[in-house]
Design a protein around this ligand. Structure first.
Ligand code: F6R
Ligand code: MG
Ligand code: MG
Length: 380
C-alpha cells in the first residue's frame, strides 16, 4: 500500500516568551485535526518541541495535497485564536499570510512529506528541532548516510553497499528550489564542501541507491526568506525511514551524541550546541539551548503505533550534561567571534543599523597624516 507521511509544524504562540505552547493550545490543534481530518487522514499525532506544534499525518493523497495542507493551516488558525485569547506570546507568529492559497509552502509553517510503498514492517523516526534552522541536520545526516565510522551498516549490509544519494538545496536562492544531487561515497568531498555551510546548503532528501527508495525528507523553508525580515528561527522537522535497506535507528541517533554547534538560540543569532531532548520538552537557558526531539514509530496501512521517545533513554542524560557544559562555555564569550552568527545570518537588524551610523564616522587618513603617523611610530 502506498502511503504518505506529512508533517506540518508552526509556532503559533507560547507561554512565558518562546518557551512552549499552552496545553489548551495543543488540545485545540489536536481536536481540530481529529474532528476535521476524519475523512482525509488515516492517522495523526500532534506534539510540541520547544514553542513549535507539529502535526504528523498519515494518508493516501500524496505530497503537497491541498486538503491536507489546508487542514493543518486551519488547525493552526483555530489554535491562534485560542493563543490570542490566552494572551500567549507570539500568537500566530508563523502564519505569515492572511489567506490559505492551496499549499502551506511559503506561508510560514514548515513541511516535510514523503510518499512510499509501505514495507510489511515500516519503522520511521520523526525529528523536530527548535531554535535552529534546517542545516542543523546536515552533520548528523552526513555521518549516518555517508560515514562508516558512524554507520557500520554501510560496510556490513549488502543492501546499503551502493550508498545514498543526497539532494541538497541552496536555501539562499529565493526564486525557486535550487537543487543539486550528489552521490555518496564517490562524491564525499563535494557533499562535505556544501554541508560545511549549513546556513546556505541544506539536505532536503536522501535516497537509497540500491532500491531508489526515499529514506529522508527535511523541511527546508527559511522564514526570513519568506517574510523578508526576522519572524523566528525555522525550527526544522524531519522524517527518516530506518532499518533493512536504510540505516538502523541506532545509526541515525548516534550522531546526536556529538551535540554539534548549530545556528540559532537567543534571538536566532548565536552558535549553540544541539541538545537531544525528550518529546514535548520546552526551552530554558539563553532561550535554548537549541533542542532536537525524536519520536520513533511503526506504521501499518497508515495506522501509527504509539510514539516512543528516542532521547528519553538514560544514555542521553550524559550527552545532555555535556551539551549543557558546551553551551555554558561558548556563552562565556558573549557577542564575540564564533559565539554570535556572522552578519548575514543575524535575525535582528540592530547591528546593521549601528554599523550604518558608524560607517559615516569612518575617515580616510590623508597621505601627509599617514606619513606623520609613520614617522611618529619610527621615532618611538
Ligand atoms: C529565537 C527566539 C527567541 C527570541 C527572543 C526575543 O528563535 O525565538 O530567542 O528571539 O526571545 O524575542 P522578541 O524579539 O519576540 O522579544
Ligand atoms: Mg518562537
Ligand atoms: Mg520555535
Amino acid at each position: 500500500m502506498k502511503i504518505t507521511l506529512s508533517v506540518i509544524k508552526a509556532d503559533i504562540g507560547s507561554i512565558g516568551g518562546h518557551i512552549c505552547p499552552s496545553q489548551r493550545l495543543i488540545e485545540t490543534v489536536k481536536s481540530y485535526v481529529a474532528e476535521h481530518g476524519a475523512d482525509l487522514l488515516i492517522d495523526s499525532y500532534v506534539s510540541h518541541t520547544g514553542d513549535d506544534i507539529a502535526i504528523l499525518m498519515t494518508h493516501t493523497h500524496g505530497t503537497g495535497h491541498e486538503g491536507i495542507h489546508q487542514l493543518a493551516w486551519k488547525a493552526f488558525v483555530a489554535g491562534t485564536k485560542v493563543a490570542k485569547g490566552q494572551g500567549l506570546y507570539g500568537a500566530g507568529q508563523d502564519l505569515l499570510k492572511d489567506a490559505f492559497s492551496g499549499n502551506v509552502r511559503g506561508m510560514g509553517p514548515a513541511v516535510a512529506e514523503m510518499e512510499f510503498e509501505e514495507r510489511p514492517n515500516e519503522p520511521f523516526l520523526f525529528f523536530a528541532a527548535d531554535k535552529t534552522d534546517p542545516g542543523a541536520y546536515n552533520l548528523p545526516l552526513y555521518l549516518t548516510f555517508a560515514d562508516p565510522m558512524n554507520t557500520p551498516g554501510l560496510i556490513l549490509a549488502p543492501s546499503m553497499a551502493k550508498g545514498f544519494k543526497f539532494a541538497i538545496m541552496d536555501v539562499n536562492y529565493t526564486e525557486g528550489d535550487r537543487m543539486i544531487e550528489l552521490n555518496a561515497p564517490e562524491e564525499l568531498y563535494e557533499i562535505a564542501t556544501l554541508l560545511r555551510d549549513p546556513e546556505r546548503y541544506v539536505i532536503e532528501s536522501i535516497w537509497s541507491r540500491s532500491t531508489g527508495e526515499q529514506a529522508v525528507v527535511v523541511s527546508t523553508s527559511r522564514l526570513h526568506n519568506i517574510a523578508g525580515k526576522y519572524t523566528g528561527k525555522d525550527d526544522p522537522v524531519m522524517l527518516v525511514r530506518v532499518q533493512k535497506n536504510f540505516p538502523a535507528t541506532g545509526e541515525v541517533l548516534a550522531p546526536y551524541a556529538l551535540g554539534p554547534y548549530v545556528a540559532g538560540c537567543m534571538r536566532g543569532s548565536h552558535q549553540m550546541p544541539l541538545m537531544p531532548v525528550s518529546l514535548n520538552s520546552g526551552i530554558s537557558y539563553f532561550d535554548g539551548p537549541t533542542v532536537v526531539s525524536c519520536a520513533a514509530f511503526c506504521v501499518h496501512e497508515g495506522k501509527l503505533t504509539e510514539a516512543v521517545d528516542s532521547f528519553a533513554h538514560p544514555f542521553w542524560n550524559t550527552v545532555r550534561d555535556k551539551v549543557a557544559n558546551k553551551a555554558i562555555e561558548i556563552r562565556r564569550q558573549g557577542f564575540f567571534g564564533a559565539a554570535m552568527l556572522p552578519m548575514t545570518e543575524l535575525e535582528y537588524t540592530g547591528i546593521m543599523e549601528k554599523l550604518a551610523v558608524l560607517d559615516k564616522r569612518f575617515e580616510i587618513r590623508s597621505e601627509s597624516e599617514a606619513k606623520q603617523k609613520e614617522v611618529g611610530v619610527a621615532l618611538v
